[in-house]
Design a protein around this ligand. Structure first.
Ligand SMILES: Nc1ncnc2c1ncn2[C@@H]1O[C@H](COP(=O)(O)OP(=O)(O)O)[C@@H](O)[C@H]1O
Ligand SMILES: [Mg+2]
Length: 311
């Protein structure tokens, strides 16, 4: 069976899949394995239902905390990012146009910020800046993401934002009555900077050497269907799927009739997975007797996923 070892030298890994399949567990285990091999890892949870603290066995919050040498973890929260984003927009408006304009614009900014998409945009902005400006003290960023649909929308956001920034640039130029970029206009300069950063993010997201998406599932019907859909959409978006993790595989050889029945169903689904995802690297993680809580249990998962040596 394949292992995840080959992915540990990437710079960005996204772990995605249906709720409850083990994204947080396998993302944290992979982060631990990479840190043990000397890569400086930042584990980033973007799922509003944060539970990385629970898996790591210590509190994790909105600022990165040290877990073990070479491993830090952070939980980013869409509402908090949106508030921060709005604060930044306001201070930019204040510097560009002065406090009286800010007072007028504030109501509209607050209104825009209360739209449902605002949190998504702010979260995307934070993810993009973590990826694009990957700090000098980090070799590998691992994103433990929200259930599939949400994450896929987020990863398609560059296209939307690109179109939106270009439209804003055109209307600003039209307003100033110019054809080309005017490096003296602060709004055009700021739009050009944002476009540059977006391009940098896109280039890193789409590079197979830099980024891989890891799909996590269990050998059950619904997660299989959801993974197949996600794979198609990621392909369409040009994002490489680096591996598929089949989590919670039952131990074999039980004589208990109930477990035998479960296992015979599982083995059909495992065959189905091997057939439908034949082109992907596929790893299996055993079902442990207990929930995965704390570093010792994570080591067991890490050993199954990344045993070291050639995969
Ligand atoms: N291989 C495993 N063996 C036993 N329990 C597991 C395993 N993988 C995950 N779990 C448990 O399943 C639950 C859901 O896992 P989690 O990683 O939080 O899923 P997700 O992040 O996809 O919602 C947790 O209680 C976790 O401890
Ligand atoms: Mg989770």
């Amino acid at each position: 069976m394949a292992t995840l070892d080959a992915l540990l030298d990437r710079q960005v890994l996204f772990f995605g899949g249906k709720g409850g399949v083990g994204k947080t567990t396998t993302a944290a285990a992979t982060a631990l394995a990479a840190s043990r091999r000397g890569r400086r890892v930042l584990l980033v949870s973007t799922d509003p239902a944060h539970n990385s603290g629970d898996v790591l066995g210590r509190p994790v919050g909105p600022e990165p905390v040290d877990i073990v040498p070479n491993l830090r973890a952070v939980e980013i929260d869409a509402a908090r990012e949106a508030a921060r984003y709005v604060g930044e927009v306001k201070s930019r408006v204040a510097t560009l146009f002065g406090p009286s304009i800010l007072k007028e614009a504030s109501r509209q900014i607050d209104l825009a910020a209360s739209m449902p998409a605002a949190e998504e945009v702010a979260l995307f902005d934070r993810i993009a800046s973590i990826v694009a400006d990957r700090a000098d003290d980090t070799d590998l960023v691992i994103f433990d993401t929200a259930p599939t649909g949400h994450t896929l929308r987020l990863l398609r956001m560059p296209e939307l934002m690109d179109g939106w920034l270009r439209a804003l640039t055109r209307s600003r130029r039209a307003m100033l009555g110019i054809q080309q970029d005017d490096r003296t206009d602060p709004i055009l300069v700021s739009l050009a900077e944002r476009l540059d950063r977006l391009q940098a993010f896109k280039a890193r997201l789409l590079s197979r050497r830099v980024t891989a998406f890891v799909l996590v599932l269990m050998a059950e019907r619904l997660p299989i269907e959801e993974s197949a859909r996600a794979l198609a959409q990621l392909d369409e978006a040009g994002i490489g799927v680096g591996a598929l993790i089949v989590n919670r595989v039952l131990p074999s050889g039980s004589t208990d009739p109930f477990l035998q029945a479960r296992q015979s169903q599982e083995s059909e689904y495992l065959q189905d997975i091997d057939r439908r995802f034949a082109s992907l690297l596929r790893c299996r993680v055993p079902q442990l007797p207990r929930d995965v809580h704390g570093l010792d249990a994570l080591e067991t998962i890490a050993a199954a996923l990344c045993p070291g040596g050639p995969s």
